[in-house]
Design a protein around this ligand. Structure first.
Ligand SMILES: [Mn+2]
Length: 387
């Protein structure tokens, strides 16, 4: 059976307020093309379909268009909820999508439910143990029910390990066995664009607790595409677009997985994705602004402008020639801060302002600025309301 593994679409996510729906649409079309071209039997989406609990209608339309095309292409899918997805919203969606063989598991059903998905296609049978994101409190509750130590480090990882054991009980020699999870495996590399509290240590699951009996382990949650050392072939597909500047060097991909029963570990291959704009850092001198802008293409940029001294209004000016400059920062040589003059009311307001400016920017204020300050101060202190 042939699978295509992807994760962390974060559909609807913006970057510094800029919409990326067009890029998200392009990359979903690219994934669909690969799935059709490679004659994939089943797509695995390992969580974070959407960026928020309440995605906008345009984000929803992209995702539902994608699944409608999968149905037309007779490609099955298993989708699990991530920490960014509303678990019950996906649960509601599963009522509609499950009969179309797009199997959605929005939330872990608890100790009594089952997260196992069975796929039968062309005489082959797959057992897919699907584990959506599990919040820490759900695990700690279970630990308390079992009257074991709770709240301490390792409780979460142990809890997830116990759930894995239960989920994989149906793995057999006659079936293709796949484990899917949205989780942070200890030792894997984060990108800085994941939700910070959900990649923190209490959430780390030891790789040795992942099921070694699987043909393949498909992970989501971390945005950097990476293989994970575990008892079976195991990987984070990574996000399909560079979602934030922490991911700017990453080549995005999907993972093509061939597995057969009872033959050993799956054959795994990376297919790079080329859709979407690159995220890039750019450092330039003030006078280079125009020449560099001409060759910047449509990359999203984080720009550092080197100047001799602070230049007010430079970000707005830069964005006129580089509209994709999302962050603009100035860098200028700072003079060592001299002994700070005692800031007291005995100083004239203009001196106070000059001292503040010197401390803030590492250089004395330009004379024109001081003059404007003086005029403004005069104006304010002689206004009728100041009396
Ligand atoms: Mn996530």
């Amino acid at each position: 059976m042939r699978f295509l593994h992807t994760a962390d679409w974060h559909t609807g996510k913006t970057l510094r307020g800029r919409s990326r729906l067009d890029e998200q649409e392009q990359v979903l079309a690219e994934i669909l093309d690969i799935a059709r071209r490679e004659r994939v039997d089943c797509l695995l989406v390992a969580g974070d379909l959407f960026d928020s609990y309440a995605p906008g209608p345009d984000a929803e339309r992209l995702v539902y268009d994608f699944f409608a095309e999968l149905v037309r292409a007779w490609i099955f899918a298993v989708v699990i909820g991530g920490n960014h997805d509303h678990p019950r919203r996906l649960g509601a969606l599963s009522r509609l999508l499950d009969p179309l063989r797009i199997i959605v598991r929005g939330e872990w059903p608890g100790a009594r439910g089952s997260g196992v998905v069975h796929i039968d296609k062309d005489g082959e049978r797959a057992v897919i143990a699907a584990l959506p994101w599990v919040a820490e409190r759900q695990i700690v509750d279970i630990a308390q029910l079992r009257q074991t130590e709770s709240g301490g480090s390792g409780v979460y990882g142990e809890g997830i390990g116990a759930i894995c054991d239960g989920l994989t009980a149906e793995f057999s020699r006659e079936t293709v066995n796949v484990f899917m999870g949205h989780m942070h495996v200890a030792g894997a590399l984060v990108s800085g664009s994941e939700r910070a509290s959900h990649v923190a240590l209490p959430y780390a699951v030891p790789a040795e607790r992942l099921p070694a009996s699987a043909h393949y382990i498909a992970l989501g949650h971390l945005h950097r595409p990476q293989e994970v050392k575990a008892g079976a072939p195991c990987a984070y597909a990574g996000s399909p677009l560079q979602l934030d500047f922490g991911e700017r060097e990453q080549v995005k991909r999907v993972v093509l997985v061939d597995a057969a029963a009872p033959a050993g570990p799956a054959h795994v291959e990376s297919i790079p994705l080329s859709s979407g704009r690159r995220l890039r850092d750019l450092t330039l001198a003030l006078e280079e602004m125009d020449s560099i802008a001409a060759g910047a293409g449509d990359d999203w940029l984080r720009v550092v402008v080197r100047t001799a001294a602070p230049v007010p209004g430079i970000a707005a000016e830069l964005r006129r020639s580089l509209p994709n400059a999302l962050d603009v920062r100035q860098e200028f040589p700072t003079q060592p801060v001299a002994e700070r003059p005692p800031l007291s009311s005995f100083l004239e307001p203009a001196q106070l302002f000059a001292a503040y400016y010197q401390e803030r920017h590492g250089t004395a204020p330009p004379p024109e600025l001081l003059q404007r300050f003086g005029e403004l101060y005069e104006e304010v202190s002689h206004s009728p309301h100041s009396a």
